[in-house]
Design a binder for this molecule. Structure first.
Ligand code: ASP
Length: 582
C-alpha cells in the first residue's frame, strides 16, 4: 500500500497514529538540527518533520530531497509546536521514521505555487506541472462539480444523456469545419461537429423527448480569450415544447447552478429583453446588466442646430457616466483615444457635464443653454454627472458606444466578477444580411423556425422575420442560446432556399433531416450552453483556457504535444492526400 491517508486529511485528533503518506516535495527547509518538508498532493500539504538527534541518517536523507521529488513517508502524527493556521493540516506534522524516494524530479522550469514566475508559454509547455498548482487545480474541481450538478439537475428533469458521433458531415453553426480525411474512401472527408444540432433533432424524431449531452464541439475560427477550437457544450433538446417551456427549464438549470455552486438564490425570474431593445438600449445583443448607463438617443434634440458632425449622423446617442463630471481633461482625452483606436474606429466623443456651475459641453458654441438642458434631461444628468455622446452611422455608432460603455464600466469598477446578472435576450431576427454580398444567412442556424406569425414573409421580406430564438447572457457574456426548430419539411426547404441553397444542394447536405421530418417529427426546441465559459464565469475569470486541462494557445497550437504537426508522406498517401514519392 502506497499510503494510508492523503496529504490533506490528517488533523489534531489523528495525533499518535502511525500513517504513510505519498506525494510531491513542495519545499524542504533545513534549519540545522531540524528539517521540514512540505509534502503535497491533490488534497493538501502535510509537514514532514526530521530531527538530527532523533535520526541523523534519515534527516540527511531528507536534506537531499529536491523540489517535486515523489516520496513516501511513514511516521507518527504529532501536534505541531508552531501551528500554521493557513492550512487545514496546520496543527499537526508527521514525525518521519521511514522515507522512500519513489521518483526523482528535475528542477521544475517554474515555481509550482499559487504565485508562479512561469510565463504563459512555459506553463503551457509543461501544463502537467502547471496543473499541480492548487489554484489551477481548483478550476478543475469547480468544473467537475458543475458537470455533476448539470447531470443531476437534467437527469432529475427526465433528460437522457446520449452520445452523438464525432465523425460526421458538416453541421453549420456559422464557423468553418475541421475535417478528417477518410482512408477507406479516398478523397472523402468527415467533418467534426460544430454542434450535435442535427443529431439532437433526430433524437426528438426518435421520441427520446428530452436529450442532453456534455459534448465536445469543434469550430475552426479565429481564437479569442473566450474561444477555443474545441470546446464543451451542455447541449439540450426537448420535444413538445414552446419557447416558454425551454426558457423555464433552463432558467431552472441556471438557478440550480447558482444555488449549488455559489449559494446564490434568484427568487425573481431572470429579466428578459428583446433583441431590438438590447440593441437600442445597449448597442449589443448581450448587455452587461451589472451596471446602468443605458443609451439615450438625441437625434431630435441635437440635430438641425448647425453642428455638422451631429447633423450628418444617422444617430446621435449618449450615455450618462454617473459621477464623472469631475474628470480631468487628461481622463476624458483618454476616453477619446480609447474610441479612436482602430479596433473601435470612432471619430470622437462630445462631453456634457453638469457641475455646481451648471451645464458645460465641448460643443457649447453650437448649442444654446436651453438645448443642452434638454439633452441633460433626456440623459438624466444630475449634478456631478458626465454625458458621453457619440454620432455617426447608426449601427456602427451603437457598437462603438457599447465599447465605451463597457470600458467605463471597467474604469469605474462596476463589473465585479463576483456579482452575477443573468438575462434572457429573446426575439432574435431569423436572418441577417451580408453587408457586401447581399445574401441572407441564418442568425442562429438554418434549423431555427420563424415565428409562426412571420413565416409568410420569409421570401417577401426576410429581414423582418423574427424567430423564437433566445440567448442566456450573464454579465455581458453569451452563456448559451437556442431556438424552437423547424419540424416540417416544406418550411425547412423554404428556409434553405432563402439561404441560397439550391434544392439539390439542400437535399445533398440535409436530406437525412428533411426525410426524418416526414416520419412524424414532433415540434421541438432546445439550446446549448458553452460549458467552458460558464465554468470560467463561475470561477470569476474571463479566460476559458484556465478551465480547460490542455488548451490550445492563441494560434490554435498545443505547445506541449506540438500539434498540429506535419504527417508522413506515407500516411498522406494512404489518406489519398498525396502521391507516393519516388
Ligand atoms: N446548436 C446550437 C449552438 O451550438 C444551439 C442550439 O440551437 O441548441 O449554438
Amino acid at each position: 500500500m502506497y499510503r494510508t491517508h492523503t496529504c490533506g486529511e490528517l488533523r489534531l485528533p489523528d495525533a499518535g497514529k502511525t500513517v504513510t503518506l505519498a506525494g510531491w516535495v513542495q519545499r524542504a527547509r533545513d534549519l540545522g538540527g531540524l528539517t521540514f518538508v512540505d509534502l503535497r498532493d491533490r488534497f493538501g500539504i502535510t509537514q514532514l518533520s526530521f530531527n538530527m538527534e532523533r535520526d541523523q541518517a534519515l534527516c540527511e536523507q531528507a536534506r537531499e530531497l529536491g523540489r517535486e521529488f515523489v516520496v513516501q513517508a511513514t511516521g507518527t502524527v504529532r501536534e505541531r509546536e508552531s501551528k500554521n493556521t493557513q492550512i487545514p493540516t496546520g496543527e499537526i506534522e508527521l514525525i518521519v521514521t521511514e522515507l522512500k524516494v519513489l521518483n526523482g524530479a528535475k528542477t521544475p522550469p517554474f515555481t509550482i505555487e499559487e504565485e508562479t514566475d512561469g510565463g504563459e508559454e512555459l506553463r503551457m509547455k509543461y501544463r502537467y506541472l502547471d496543473l499541480r498548482r492548487p489554484n489551477v487545480r481548483r478550476h478543475f474541481e469547480l468544473r467537475h462539480r458543475m458537470a455533476l450538478e448539470v447531470r443531476n439537475f437534467l437527469g432529475g428533469q427526465g433528460f437522457l444523456e446520449v452520445e452523438t458521433p464525432v465523425l460526421i458531415k458538416s453541421t453549420p453553426e456559422g464557423a468553418r469545419d475541421f475535417v478528417v480525411p477518410s482512408r477507406m474512401h479516398p478523397g472523402e472527408f468527415y467533418a467534426l461537429p460544430q454542434s450535435p444540432q442535427t443529431f439532437k433533432q433526430l433524437l426528438m424524431v426518435a421520441g427520446f423527448d428530452r436529450y442532453f449531452q456534455l459534448v465536445k464541439c469543434f469550430r475552426d475560427e479565429d481564437l479569442r480569450a473566450d474561444r477555443q477550437p474545441e470546446f464543451t457544450q451542455i447541449d439540450c433538446e426537448m420535444a413538445f415544447v414552446e419557447q416558454e417551456d425551454v426558457l423555464t427549464t433552463f432558467e431552472g438549470l441556471a438557478k440550480h447552478l447558482f444555488r449549488s455552486i455559489h449559494g446564490l438564490e434568484f427568487n425573481e425570474p431572470f429579466p428578459r429583453m428583446t433583441f431590438t431593445e438590447a440593441m437600442r438600449d445597449y448597442g449589443c445583443d448581450k448587455p452587461d446588466l451589472r451596471f446602468g448607463m443605458k443609451f439615450h438617443e438625441l437625434n431630435d434634440l441635437a440635430q438641425g442646430k448647425g453642428f455638422k458632425v451631429f447633423d450628418e449622423a444617422g444617430l446621435v446617442v449618449g450615455i450618462n457616466a454617473t459621477g464623472c463630471a469631475g474628470w480631468s481633461r487628461k481622463q476624458t482625452d483618454a476616453l477619446i483615444d480609447f474610441v479612436k483606436r482602430p479596433q473601435i474606429g470612432a471619430t470622437g466623443i462630445v462631453f456634457l457635464r453638469r457641475t455646481a456651475d451648471g451645464l458645460k459641453s465641448t460643443v457649447d458654441k453650437f448649442y444654446a443653454p436651453e438645448d443642452l438642458a434638454l439633452w441633460a434631461e433626456r440623459l438624466a444628468l444630475e449634478e456631478g454627472d458626465l454625458a458621453c455622446i457619440m454620432a455617426g452611422p447608426a449601427e456602427k455608432t451603437r457598437k462603438q458606444l457599447n465599447e465605451l460603455r463597457l470600458h467605463l464600466g471597467d474604469l469605474l469598477g462596476l463589473r465585479d466578477p463576483k456579482v452575477f446578472k443573468p438575462l434572457w435576450v429573446v426575439d432574435f431576427p431569423l436572418l441577417e444580411q451580408d453587408e457586401e454580398a447581399g445574401h441572407w444567412h441564418a442568425m442562429h442556424h438554418p434549423f431555427t423556425a420563424p415565428k409562426p406569425e412571420d413565416a409568410d414573409r420569409l421570401e417577401s421580406d426576410p429581414g423582418s422575420v423574427k424567430a423564437n430564438a433566445y440567448d442566456l447572457v450573464i454579465n455581458g457574456t453569451e452563456i448559451g442560446g437556442g431556438s424552437i426548430r423547424i419540424h416540417d419539411r416544406t418550411l425547412q426547404e423554404r428556409m434553405f432556399r432563402v439561404l441560397g441553397f439550391s434544392d439539390v444542394e439542400a437535399r445533398e447536405k440535409f436530406g437525412f433531416l428533411m426525410d426524418a421530418f416526414e416520419f412524424g417529427a414532433p415540434p421541438h426546441g432546445g439550446c446549448a450552453f458553452g460549458f467552458d465559459r460558464w465554468v470560467a464565469l463561475f470561477g470569476h475569470r474571463t479566460d476559458i483556457r484556465e478551465f480547460i486541462a490542455f488548451p490550445k494557445n492563441n494560434a490554435g497550437r498545443d505547445v506541449m504535444i506540438d500539434a498540429p504537426s506535419p504527417i508522413e508522406g506515407e500516411q498522406l498517401h494512404e489518406l489519398g492526400l498525396a502521391l507516393r514519392e519516388g
